[in-house]
Write a protein that binds this ligand. Structure first.
Ligand code: BMA
Length: 381
């Protein structure tokens, strides 16, 4: 009797342990997500306590004063290692264009995404989609655009064609193993701002949520099952958890919660940025824990990084001990003559940057994860 009781207890302990450690405990919202997508999702939960991944937009395509040099990356030039997360934007795929809005050829983007997956890095995609109602760009925030593309709206068929183009691209992303590459997909980003046609000032909550649901369901109908869906606000107009969740489409529609925030100004320390970021990181961490989701700072940066301790002090202090998945800084365009005023437009250091040493310290910090770290975690297995 005693013996059988202890066997029973042993069996119970083993089975409980199995459940807790099972990597399938957390599943992405897409019930038909590919195996690699499910593995990535579960592994991102598993590595949360190891640190946060560092990401960079368009990292492999170009940097400050170079373009399309095979294997090059400003982050690698500075640290010897690539980032762990690589951001891409598919704006202009809706026109079936050859290049995205920032001039990156889609064929090259596909190749970079493959390289990243092959070496165990993580790809994330946003879409600065043109305005389907006016023919303007994402920043044409004419009211009523979202309503016009929903079912029953005048531009609905056009919107579906645009989604078809995006779906074809997303389905074409394959690793060397022939498997679809999992993507952290971040549609309709920064909606709490007032600069895009899907933003809060011109779009009702109901229309935004309907657009989100329609888009997720449409991609799934088209057989796109390699997406992890990332909900994203700006820092603008987000003071509380309620503000953050203002247009949240539901736990069955979102895998990860995130926000974007930028520092601006002339190189001073700026406690305001740290305090704002801390508050928002606290909000996403809380929301993620309550809803069993992941969290991230999906876009961030200080153009030209003019403060000497921005990486080790400003950014590290802003994140603190919160277990976010990643922080991504925006693109290293270099000299940008279209900006007003024309200026150097970059957010990551490059070889020779005045404060690259601080970034090397940031790289060495145990809490920051770069390519070599995540390769060891085998995120797709
Ligand atoms: C902005 C700038 C623009 C760019 C856009 C989309 O922040 O970098 O030059 O076109 O992002 O990538």
């Amino acid at each position: 009797m005693k013996r059988s009781l202890s066997i029973l207890i042993a069996v119970l302990i083993i089975s409980c342990k199995g459940n807790n450690e099972g990597t399938n405990k957390v599943l992405p919202i897409d019930k038909q997500a590919t195996e690699e997508t499910k593995k990535l999702y579960a592994n991102l939960f598993n590595i949360k306590d190891k640190g946060f991944m560092f990401g960079h937009q368009d990292d492999l395509a170009y940097g400050v004063e170079w373009k399309y040099e095979e294997g090059r990356s400003d982050i690698k030039d500075v640290t010897g290692d690539y980032p762990a997360v690589y951001g891409w934007d598919i704006g202009r795929i809706e026109n079936n264009a050859d290049k995205n809005l920032d001039g990156v050829p889609f064929d090259k983007m596909r190749e970079y995404i493959k390289q990243v997956y092959d070496r165990g890095g993580v790809n994330t995609i946003s879409w600065h989609i043109n305005n389907p109602m006016t023919g303007g760009d994402s920043w044409d925030n004419t009211p009523g655009t979202v309503a016009s593309i929903l079912p029953g709206g005048e531009q609905h068929e056009k919107y579906k064609r645009w989604l078809d183009s995006a779906a074809a691209f997303l389905l074409s992303l394959k690793g060397s193993d022939g498997k679809p590459v999992p993507i952290l997909y971040r549609p309709y980003h920064e909606f709490t701002g007032n600069w895009f046609w899907w933003c809060k000032n011109t779009t009702s909550k109901e229309d935004f949520i309907n657009l989100w649901k329609f888009t997720v369901n449409y991609f799934q109908e088209k057989g796109v099952h390699n997406l992890i869906y990332v909900y994203n606000t700006s820092d603008a107009n987000v003071n509380t958890k309620e503000d953050f969740l203002a247009y949240y489409p539901g736990d069955n529609m979102v895998d990860m919660v995130s926000f974007d925030i930028y520092q601006s100004g002339g190189g001073e320390k700026q406690d305001k940025f740290i305090n704002d970021t801390k508050r928002l990181v606290g909000i996403i961490d809380e929301v993620a824990q309550e809803r069993s989701k992941l969290s991230a700072i999906a876009e961030c940066g200080y153009e030209q990084v003019p403060y000497e301790k921005w990486w080790t002090e400003t950014l590290m202090n802003s994140i603190g001990n919160h277990e976010i998945s990643y922080v991504l800084v925006w693109r290293n365009h270099g000299w940008n003559e279209w900006m007003k005023p024309p200026r150097m437009h970059y957010y990551a250091p490059y070889k020779g940057h005045q404060y690259e040493k601080d970034f090397i310290e940031f790289y060495k910090n145990n809490k920051t994860l770069f390519q070599q770290d995540v390769t060891k975690f085998n995120l797709y297995k």
